[in-house]
Design a protein around this ligand. Structure first.
Ligand code: IVH
Length: 672
């Protein structure tokens, strides 16, 4: 090829790149595409073909180079040049007015403040760094000071330009850091979850988690398959261009090709911001992404500087969250459930209703006092709410048109076993004191098998109910003498699943003292107290013999807890059950004092083969440093340690956005 030919080809490639970038800009930033998808695809294919034939023509900012990087084993830390701050909250309109007054006071001004009101996006905070117009780093917000370098993943997001657009007036700045939010559209979220469900993989709880999991993927190919989107809204360090206000900044970065939210607006005075909030509240359900409120920012950068910040939040901005989502439905029945210590909990069985994307048919009513206070009765129409988008909660009764009904009463007899219910005057609780109550047994086993206790995988609610119903488990230790034929005799239990469960149960025999103590389900004794007790008493026998005074001398244990522990072991039936457990379990003492351990309260999952130590060594070291090792990855896992040939746990970790360490990383953590 002559030099002239190669120059021509380079010019063709450049033209194609420019055309593609231009169409991206029209599509993602201006939301005003000029071309059809087919035409766009054709341009892409031509460029790809050209670059395949003449690889020297491919530039790093070429739109064909979005998914290039190989998977990595962990993320590098990025120190943000300027801290990424968080926002203070206002709970209601009056608090917004308070915020506005405070600003006027600080600025010693009576005039209306000019704000920019923006949608508060519910995604993952990110930062993009453009040096001389090229995207060089993309990172997560992290703790605001240190983030994670997720550049290869950010590059896969179509609405992030790899190269800034030269604006009609003005030039490309030398340095431009912009902050914003990566979000997953609701459509993409639903599609992703459907695919995961079909593949038998765990689904994401909400688009925010899915976005976080997708961005914190070690393999950029996976990120590329999840159509993330970005909206940019804040400046970081900037050199070579100046903006006088937030509004000018938003317009400026838009003209440089960066995507900004089209709903942002300049508002004169706080009342205009409140109006904006009302409008967005109405609109929020028709948006294609999750939003959780509105952010108001003082427009002028000069005034922002005068106002400054307090404890990592600017004084010039505030978030006003949407009200929790509510719906009306009917209480069809009030049922009473029996817990493991025999406490009765009333639960409203609701006419199923859609609320924030899920069907709600139950809501705990907590206790009789709460029911009385709100006067909730069967057949009432009630207003329910999902606070923090998880637990449904009955807000109040709509009394108009209430049918004739009687106030709710706690039953005199246990709904499960018929024993007399005990209630002490002046106390809130009602209890079934029959230690043989099947409901109590069910709940005890469930708790015993749960993650923070013996962590027996596969022993779910249904199976526990079956085991108790069939009379196969009457005491906790009965679990360990279950046989395969007993299990396969249960409804819907195949040979393979029976074996898996038996293996899981046998695997749980070897455990640590704190887990056993927690698993006993002593009233007021949770994970933390169990650990303190294990550290102090070393064996279950010693704990069972401890006097109330001995117990009171343990860190964080007060009179009520000490009394409850003593009461538990004073009950002959409990003591017998504990003695039997001691015989079947292999209980390891807990040694390291908490607080001193560098990995205090951190949960680890190990996968793959480690080089410098066995898995048991690694477990011991982590535990000695105050950490925990569990067998399966969940959102509660802090670190996954991946050795050679890691299994599916590594994938799960990246899906859930859990941090992954290699052996070196683990050793560094252990070294403190
Ligand atoms: S401004 C100093 N604007 O909310 C300015 N934040 O609680 C700080 N967020 O971590 C951020 N939408 O991830 C700003 N339009 C918006 C936002 C927004 C969502 C998130 C952001 C930040 C958190 C602050």
């Amino acid at each position: 090829m002559t030099r002239q030919d190669s120059r021509k080809l380079a010019a063709v490639a450049e033209k194609l790149r420019e055309a593609i970038n231009h169409h991206n800009y029209r599509y993602y930033v201006l939301d005003d595409p000029e071309t059809s998808d087919a035409e766009y695809d054709q341009l892409m294919r031509r460029l790809e073909a050209l670059e395949r034939e003449y690889p020297e023509l491919a530039t790093p900012d070429s739109p064909t180079q979005r998914v290039g990087a190989a998977p990595s084993d962990k993320f590098r830390v990025v120190v943000h040049r300027k801290m990424m701050m968080s926002l203070g909250n206002a709970m209601n309109a009056d608090e917004m007015r308070e915020f506005d007054k405070r600003i006027k006071r600080l600025l010693k001004s009576d005039a209306d403040i000019e704000y920019v009101a923006e949608v508060k996006l519910d995604g993952l905070g990110i930062e993009l760094v453009y040096e001389d117009g090229l995207l060089t780093v993309g990172s997560t917000r992290g703790d605001g000071i240190n983030g994670e370098d997720v550049t290869p993943n950010i590059r896969t997001i179509r609405s992030v330009p790899l190269k800034l657009v030269k604006p009609a007036h003005g030039k490309i700045p030398h340095l431009l850091e912009v902050r914003g939010e990566a979000v997953l559209t609701l459509k993409a979220f639903e599609k992703l979850n459907r695919a995961r469900e079909e593949a038998g993989e765990p689904v994401f709880a909400n688009p925010r988690n899915a976005a976080a999991g997708s961005l914190r993927q070690l393999n950029p190919k996976v990120t590329a398959s999840r159509p993330l989107d970005v909206f940019l809204y804040s400046p970081g360090a900037i050199d070579g261009i100046t903006f006088k206000s937030q509004w000018e900044f938003l317009q400026g970065i838009k003209s440089l090709g960066l995507r900004v939210n089209p709903l942002s607006r300049v508002c004169q005075g706080v009342e205009a911001v409140l109006e904006y909030w009302n409008e967005i509240t109405e609109k929020r359900h028709s948006l294609d992404y999750d939003a959780d409120g509105v952010v108001a920012k003082v427009n002028s950068f000069g005034l922002q500087e005068q106002l400054g910040e307090v404890s990592r939040s600017p004084r010039w901005a505030i978030a006003y969250k949407f009200k929790a989502q509510q719906a009306e439905t009917v209480v069809e029945r009030i049922e009473v459930q029996v817990g493991r210590i025999g406490s009765l909990t009333p639960v409203a069985k609701l006419r199923p209703v859609q609320l924030a994307g899920v069907t709600i048919s139950n809501a705990s009513l907590h206790n009789l006092d709460e029911i009385r206070r709100k006067d909730i009765r069967e057949h009432d129409t009630v207003l329910i709410e999902r606070a923090g988008d998880v637990i449904p909660y009955v807000l109040r009764v709509t009394k108009e048109g209430r049918p004739r009904s009687k106030p709710f009463e706690m039953p005199a007899h246990c709904p499960e076993c018929g024993a007399t219910i005990v209630h002490e005057e002046g106390e809130v609780g009602y209890f079934c004191v029959n230690a043989n109550c099947p409901a109590r047994m069910r709940e005890s086993i469930r708790h015993f098998a749960s993650k923070t206790a013996l962590d027996i995988e596969g022993l779910g609610d249904k199976l526990v109910a079956q085991l108790v119903e069939a009379g196969l488990v009457k005491e906790l230790d009965d679990l360990f003498s279950l046989t395969k034929s007993q299990l396969t005799g249960l409804e819907r239990m195949a040979d393979k699943s029976a074996q898996n469960i038996l293996d899981a149960i046998q695997g749980a025999r070897k455990t640590s003292l704190d887990r056993v103590i927690n698993g006993l389900g002593i009233r007021h004794v949770g994970e933390h107290t169990a650990r303190q007790l294990a550290l102090r008493f070393h064996t279950l026998d010693a704990l069972a013999e401890a006097s109330e005074d001995d117990l009171l001398s343990v860190r964080d244990i007060g009179a009520e807890v000490a009394h409850s522990i003593r009461e538990y072991f004073d009950e002959p039936r409990n003591l017998k059950a504990v003695k039997r457990l001691i015989k079947v379990l292999e209980i390891e003492p807990v040694t390291e004092a908490p607080g001193r351990g560098a990995l205090r309260d951190k949960t680890f999952v190990l996968t793959g083969t480690l080089e410098s130590m066995t898995r048991e060594d690694a477990e011991r070291k982590i535990m000695a440093a105050g950490g925990r090792v569990t067998s399966s990855v969940s959102r509660k896992t802090d670190f996954v340690v991946a050795g050679a040939e890691p299994g599916s746990k590594l994938k799960k970790a990246s899906d859930l956005g859990v941090r992954v360490l290699d052996e070196k990383g683990l050793n560094a953590l252990l070294a403190g």
